[in-house]
Design a protein around this ligand. Structure first.
Ligand code: NAP
Length: 259
């Protein structure tokens, strides 16, 4: 299927590893010119180099922290008017809410809600002007089914989700769509770190905890980042113009609801 986005430009945050990298890769395969963002330059330049080898479009990168104003300015200086924006700013640490200070909450809200809203604010009017825009926010299945140790994520991402529900309807008539992609469990460094945290505290011991965790995933495996990237690329396609304001759960059916 040709997604009809060759030649478009995309700004992809969190793109040196994991899910963001998979999104950038899938968009590049469609001929989209991609700018990758992450904080550490080494892995980022490696990721950009690997995508450039596909020879599908232009590839650039910016080492910046998207949770800061200076970082966002650097990013938008390099990729001024993206047609496609994929937002994310890493995940907050796991823990117990009794240990979290207001500063911890402010950091989580800044990273997992406000930085995405700022990036949308700074790019959306150009998308409206061109009558094409695709925004995908990488959030989490925790928005639908809270994960106990990830309270900061459960809370902060719900704020983003509520805001997007309104904004998506406001811009839909301009062929600008905004959707949230909710990963369940995908095999990335982040998942390994979260599972380690949970396993260390599990009364049944690490190996038994990990076996039970995996067994609760209907597919019997964790998702491959490429599966996530492919879905992101579809949401950014010309054909997906009638889909907006949605929270798309990619969890192989782990969420136990009928709807
Ligand atoms: P990952 O493998 O740890 O990759 C995170 C990426 O984000 C890296 O490229 C990292 O590079 C970059 N990054 C982190 N903070 C950043 C910041 N402030 N500014 C710019 N770049 C930043 O994580 P992942 O598993 O792909 O997860 C991506 C998102 O999905 C996270 O928000 C995570 O919480 C969420 N999620 C993941 C899963 C899962 O199963 N994997 C499930 C639910 C939700 P640098 O460190 O160099 O900046």
């Amino acid at each position: 299927m040709n997604l009809n986005i060759a030649g478009r430009t995309a700004l992809v945050c969190d793109a040196s590893k994991g899910l963001g990298l998979a999104c950038a890769h899938a968009l590049a395969l469609e001929g989209v010119n991609v700018t990758l963002v992450a904080r550490s330059e080494g892995p980022l330049s490696q990721a950009a180099g690997a995508i450039a080898k596909l020879e599908c479009g232009d590839v650039g990168y910016v080492a910046a922290d998207v949770t800061t104003e200076a970082g966002r300015t650097a990013v938008l200086t390099a990729c001024r008017e993206p047609d496609i924006l994929v937002t994310n700013a890493g995940g907050p640490p796991p823990g117990n809410f009794r240990d979290w200070s207001l500063d911890d909450w402010q950091k989580a809200i800044n990273a997992n809600m406000l930085s995405a809203i700022e990036l949308m604010r700074l790019t959306i009017d150009c998308m409206i002007g061109r009558r094409f825009g695709r925004i995908v926010n990488i959030t989490s299945s925790a928005v639908k089914a809270p994960i106990q140790v990830l309270g900061l994520s459960n809370g902060a991402r719900s704020g983003l989700t509520g805001f997007v529900a309104g904004l998506a309807r406001e811009v839909a008539s301009h062929n600008v769509t905004i959707n949230n992609l909710l990963p369940g469990f995908f095999a990335t460094e982040r998942l390994t770190a979260t599972l380690d945290h949970m396993a260390q505290r599990a009364p049944e011991g690490k190996s038994s905890f990990l076996a039970h965790h995996l067994a609760a995933v209907p597919a019997g495996r964790y998702g491959a980042p490429e599966e996530f990237g492919a879905y992101c690329a579809f949401l950014c396609s010309a054909q997906a113009g009638y889909m907006t304001g949605q929270n798309v759960l990619l969890d192989s059916g782990a969420y136990p609801g009928t709807f």
